[in-house]
Design a protein around this ligand. Structure first.
Ligand code: SF4
Length: 229
């Protein structure tokens, strides 16, 4: 459950969100996809991988298997070969084909629009469900990936480490309509500036408000070299 939120905490979190929004106005899901089904599969493939790595394999995958009907009938060995470079390819192949089959059996080949239904699909957790709901359907949700978990602690938004509890804290801290965008800008900041190791605090746009300023490099010149475009 989310703890008590003071007015000051809410206002400070809102200001940090606004700064991140101004810094990364184009922040969005960085996976390439066409429609909800492809986003769902791409998100499953992104586990323990990078979005860039997934984007290298999905053009071939989706050219051959663009929807649930085609992927449900796929030869697992063929899918494994295509997605091999993303890691854990056997398990991911099982999940991807299993998802396609479950969608055909239970949802007429369509992607359901609720966390409850999405998380019944093989290999789909709340994080994946919220990515799909937020970006394919415009249904707001907090994506508690590694960056959101780390930055929620650093920015003082949550003292929790359990993804469910962090999600609940952020749900309570921000208005519902902003949840997907809060996740996107936080992930972008985690990927470009507030790194797990050697955060670029010295050039961070949120530094003035951040209670963790100093966990990383504070020298502006050295920090600037760390930042990713
Ligand atoms: S000041 Fe440092 S710890 Fe705080 S958000 Fe910026 S980079 Fe991260």
């Amino acid at each position: 459950m989310a703890g008590t939120i003071t007015k000051a905490k809410r206002e400070r979190a809102w200001r940090m969100y606004q700064i991140l929004l101004e810094t990364y106005p184009e922040a969005n899901c960085e996976l390439d996809y066409g429609g909800a089904f492809q986003l769902l599969i791409a998100t499953v493939l992104s586990a323990q991988s990078t979005d860039k790595g997934v984007n290298l394999v999905t053009p071939r995958l989706f050219a051959r298997y663009p929807d649930a009907a085609t992927l449900a009938l796929a030869d697992p060995e063929d899918v494994e070969t295509i997605i091999k470079s993303t890691g854990f390819f056997r398990q991911k192949t099982k999940s991807a084909i299993g998802i396609a089959q479950a969608l055909l059996e239970r949802h007429g080949g369509e992607v359901p629009r609720s966390v409850a239904e999405l998380t019944k699909l093989p290999g789909v957790g709340r994080k994946t469900a919220n990515v799909v709901l937020g970006h394919a359907f415009g249904i707001p949700g907090i994506t508690t990936d590694t960056h959101v978990l780390r930055l929620s602690g650093r920015l003082g938004w949550s003292e929790e480490t359990d993804p469910l509890k962090v999600e609940a804290d952020l749900n309570a801290l921000f208005p519902e309509e902003t949840w997907t965008k809060v996740s996107d800008v936080t992930i972008w900041h985690g990927r470009r500036c507030c790194f797990a190791r050697r955060a670029a605090c010295g050039v961070c746009p949120a530094a003035e408000l951040c209670p963790s300023y100093g966990v990383g490099e504070t020298d502006p010149a050295r920090a600037q070299k760390l930042v990713k475009a």
